[in-house]
Design a protein around this ligand. Structure first.
Ligand SMILES: [Zn+2]
Length: 213
């Protein structure tokens, strides 16, 4: 059974791992299954037109599984209105090319939920690297947003409690840019849920199939 890593910055050669590698418009290697997006940290107004057209081109590649990461971040210097504008353009592309959206969100969960309600996308939205409260998790899930958990669940007790409360159908797992093996994330996740790793792999595979295939 495969360990699906829905969002990583490093490709794994291990046979039992299937990962979606995060790329940017200026990335060079698109030979592995990837997602591509304009990250809110790296928005440059003068490059936007060019980046969006690269995005549009890459979204049509058979290796492309998702649009992202893209999103909103209140702790970065990039103008928030500009971030929103760029996110909306990417949401439109995710709909046009029928690719799920992988979202980076820092202190802007309400804005993401509001956009979801307003735009009513058909594509699934995945909030990656979730590490917030149960209340926030539940309000995302209630609005049809899936949550992807990473290395933070290994040691963060509060996050473990959140993780335990959520329906398995609304979760995914990832390594992001952390130096952790995806197997370790599954191991911890399974022990929190008190299920076998096999069962967890099956659940995540099922979620993955519903979203991506
Ligand atoms: Zn990332």
């Amino acid at each position: 059974m495969v360990f699906i890593d829905v969002h990583t910055h490093a490709f794994s050669e291990r046979k039992k791992v299937f990962s979606i590698v995060n790329t940017y418009p200026d990335s060079k290697d698109f030979s592995k299954p990837f997602s591509i997006g304009i990250h809110p940290w790296f928005i440059k107004k003068e490059q936007l037109g060019n980046q969006l057209s690269i995005l549009e081109d890459k979204l049509q590649s058979k290796n492309c599984f998702a649009l992202g990461e893209c999103g909103l971040d209140k702790l970065t210097d990039v103008n928030f209105e500009l971030q929103k504008e760029v996110l909306i353009k990417q949401i439109q592309l995710s709909e046009k090319y029928q690719k799920p959206l992988i979202i980076h969100c820092v202190k802007a969960h309400q804005e993401i939920i509001a956009l979801k309600k307003e735009m009513k996308p058909k594509q699934v939205w995945i909030l990656h690297g979730f590490n917030k409260s149960i209340q926030l998790a539940e309000s995302c899930v209630k609005n049809g947003i899936l949550l992807s958990f990473g290395a933070a669940i290994i040691a963060n007790k509060k996050l473990q409690e959140t993780f335990l409360e959520l329906p398995l159908a609304s979760i995914l797992l990832e390594t992001d840019d952390n130096e952790v093996a995806i197997e370790e994330v599954y191991k911890k996740a399974a022990s929190i849920r008190k299920i076998n790793i096999d069962e967890l792999q099956q659940e995540i595979k099922q979620n993955f199939n519903t979203i991506f295939i």
